[in-house]
Design a protein around this ligand. Structure first.
Ligand code: NAD
Length: 496
């Protein structure tokens, strides 16, 4: 059986004392295992990153950027392999994996502009003959801890910018689908990154806790579930580190009575069921304003879902694939059971999908649940599966109150034809990323990504301009040069 190891100082390492099975969720088979790093292995990675820091910090930003240009080309040239690796361990269909890779590459493209981004601020004559400027210096060794659902894109939110800014990096990817993450880290070395600048340690809580407490780590970027995000943020802070920790979500779409219902249904199909709903920006709740809108939405949705195709990652005609593990599949089914037991109506039931030839895969079919209410556990908690719940309300204010009262505030969307209503919604909704007739308002790489409330702990969002601030510290220099008389001492003209 293949054992997936670590990348430390440019070498593949494997401490296989503790391992964990890596499944192919489409077949249910544990084809591989991943080494779980010991504290000593993580410390070795931190030491490698620290040793690489002085030379990397001194490397001109333009030269760092040139490596990112080559990295982008290698990511594109290897896209088929990357998408296959994502599919084998995550279960994502090739077209969806390609989308993930593309959004990741866009962050590398942004990092290519780092000489411009690090230009700093300058003020001449802040006093007589005094100039002052601020520059942005790297922090040192920084760490990233990432979730299973975007094994390529989320790491690319972090290390290209951190490294382009002059830091060195230790990445701890998800232990559930580590191969694509490790593969692209090697591509960055192939692009010319010096050894030790990017290190990857696979592992679990042991590795994470080592990164959170080691004084050589100056900052931690985390993306994952909210309970772990909160733990990461408080522990990193208690250990004197800068931290941004992005957590879970429960994204609502308001469907207004004036919405183009066919368009809303189309958009909701992709946003609720794409990637099996295992996206932090998945729309998992549709809040229909008025019974007429709700009835139309539910009946059109039910009809459209008849043609949804769930199946193995290897068949690109499928719309979405399996869930990540058998345990997660059972958890998702448990939420559907609980909604039903609480009195909601399961309109389309995906609990027992038939996927020919893949009886052991971790599949749940697209599920639509109507008449969900805010007291239900299935409404309060993140399901992270292909389940769309419909809540019926009477007014837009009521719909917005629901969203504002929810503990999560990652993404949201309104479907309407009324520009004023949309403007009011985007002004007053307590959510970090807002779509107006756009179901997945994921910011492009030159903006920054982040939710509000318990979807993000920290001040700065991920990637884009906020990443430049997160991965650098400001230094402000004020200078005066009293004359030493040198200029006056040499005169080539007749004194006047
Ligand atoms: P997770 O929280 O289980 O794991 C994330 C990372 O934390 C992994 O690397 C894991 O090894 C580590 N980890 C897990 N338990 C830990 C512990 N007890 N102590 C220390 N480290 C621990 O999340 P996941 O299941 O991999 O990913 C899905 C979650 O991530 C969902 O909640 C989803 O909404 C969220 N997510 C959020 C965003 C965002 O941008 N806000 C993006 C993607 C995913």
């Amino acid at each position: 059986m293949t054992t997936i190891g670590h990348l430390i100082n440019g070498e593949t390492r494997c401490d296989a004392e503790r391992t964990q099975a890596v499944f192919n969720p489409s077949t249910g088979a544990a084809d591989k295992q991943v080494a779980l790093a010991s504290k000593a292995t993580v410390e070795e990675a931190i030491a490698a990153a620290q040793a690489a820091f002085p030379a990397w910090r001194a490397t001109p930003p333009l030269k760092r950027a040139r490596i990112m240009f080559r990295f982008k080309e290698l990511l594109e040239a290897n896209s088929e392999t990357i998408c296959r690796l994502i599919g084998e361990e995550h279960g994502k269909i090739a077209h969806d994996a390609a989308g993930e890779l593309q959004r990741g590459i866009e962050n590398v493209e942004y990092a290519c502009g780092v000489p411009e981004l690090l230009k700093g601020e300058h003020s001449r004559d802040v006093g007589p003959g005094i100039d002052s400027w601020s520059e942005f210096q790297p922090l040192g060794v920084v760490a990233g801890i990432t979730p299973f659902n975007f094994p390529v894109m989320v790491p690319l939110w972090m290390y290209p910018m951190a490294i382009a800014c002059g830091n060195t990096f230790v990445l701890k990817p998800s232990e559930r689908d580590p191969s694509s993450t490790l593969f692209i880290a090697r591509l960055l070395e192939e692009a010319g990154l010096p050894k030790g600048v990017l290190n990857v340690v696979n592992g679990d809580k042991t590795a994470v806790d080592c990164l959170l407490t080691d004084s050589r780590i100056k900052a931690v970027s985390f993306v994952g579930s909210t309970p772990i995000a909160e733990y990461i943020y408080s522990t990193a802070n208690a250990n004197g580190k800068r931290c941004q920790a992005l957590g879970g979500a429960k994204n609502h779409a308001i469907v207004m009575p004036d919405a183009d219902m066919d368009n809303a249904v189309n958009q909701l199909l992709g946003a609720a069921f794409g990637s099996s709903g295992e996206r932090c920006m998945a729309l998992s709740v549709a809040v229909a304003v008025g019974d007429a809108a709700a009835d139309a939405l539910v009946s059109k949705m039910q009809a459209a879902m008849a043609s949804l195709k769930v199946g193995a990652f290897s068949d690109s005609s499928n719309d979405f694939g399996p869930l990540i593990t058998a345990a997660h599949r059972d958890k998702v089914v448990g939420y559907i059971n609980s909604a039903e037991a609480d009195g909601a109506e399961v309109v389309v039931d995906g609990r027992h999908p038939e996927v020919e030839g893949h009886a052991e895969g971790f599949f749940v079919g697209g599920t639509l649940i109507d008449r969900v209410t805010p007291e239900m556990v299935s409404y309060k908690e993140e399901i992270f599966g292909p389940v769309l719940q419909v809540v019926r309300v009477k007014t837009m204010e009521e719909a917005m109150q629901l969203i504002n009262d929810h503990e999560y505030g990652n993404g949201t969307c309104i479907f309407t034809r009324d520009g004023e209503a949309a403007r009011y919604f985007s002004d007053h909704i307590e959510v970090g990323m807002v779509g107006i007739n756009v179901p997945l308002p994921v910011p492009v790489a030159y903006h920054s990504f982040g939710g509000w409330k318990r979807s993000l702990f920290g001040d700065l969002h991920a990637y884009g301009p906020d990443a430049v601030r997160f991965y650098t510290k400001r230094k402000t220099i004020t200078q005066r040069w009293p004359s030493a008389g040198v200029r006056e001492g040499v005169q080539f003209a007749f004194p006047s």
